[in-house]
Design a protein around this ligand. Structure first.
Ligand code: 5GP
Length: 137
């Protein structure tokens, strides 16, 4: 697996503002926050995309994510937040080691801004894609 800056952070070779660590997960502050408290939650398993995670690694993140969200929001005095998880450069991934952003949304001009070009769901297309997705599960 390709080495990224997050592998160095996991090994303690690059400093970070560490928030949480267990044998499978590390959480620390993002170096370029979109709002105060912007946190990154990463698996210690060094893979680029969420679909490459083992069930065990994914479960370890899922176990701690709500607790981290509660702690971040209490600390910054904010109720609203986004969780963002990018996979692939066209999807805005810059560091190719899985990471979940916890981004507090204190107000309209802080936190994550989202483009959401929603369209009407076509019934026939939906049936087709749903069938194909189910066949791959
Ligand atoms: P992505 O666009 O890949 O989802 O986001 C990568 C995130 O990693 C960015 O928000 C960026 O600020 C953060 N980041 C990149 N390098 C470092 C670093 O060395 N330390 C920390 N704490 N965050 C980093």
């Amino acid at each position: 697996m390709a080495e990224t800056i997050f592998s160095k952070i996991i090994r303690g070779e690059i400093p970070c503002h560490k928030l949480y660590e267990d044998d499978q997960v590390l959480a620390f502050l993002d170096i370029n926050p979109l709002s105060p408290g912007h946190t990154l939650v990463i698996p210690k398993q060094a893979v680029a995309r969420v679909d490459e995670l083992t069930d065990d690694s994914a479960a370890a993140i899922g176990r701690v994510l709500p607790r981290l969200c509660r702690a971040v929001m209490k600390a910054v005095g904010c109720e609203d937040y986004n969780i963002l998880q990018n996979n692939g450069a066209p999807a805005h991934q810059a560091v190719f080691h899985v990471h979940f952003h916890i981004i507090p949304k204190p107000g309209p001009d802080e936190g994550l801004g989202i483009g959401w070009p929603a369209q009407q769901l076509d019934n026939d297309a939906a049936k087709d894609v749903a069938e194909r997705i189910r066949s791959h599960l």
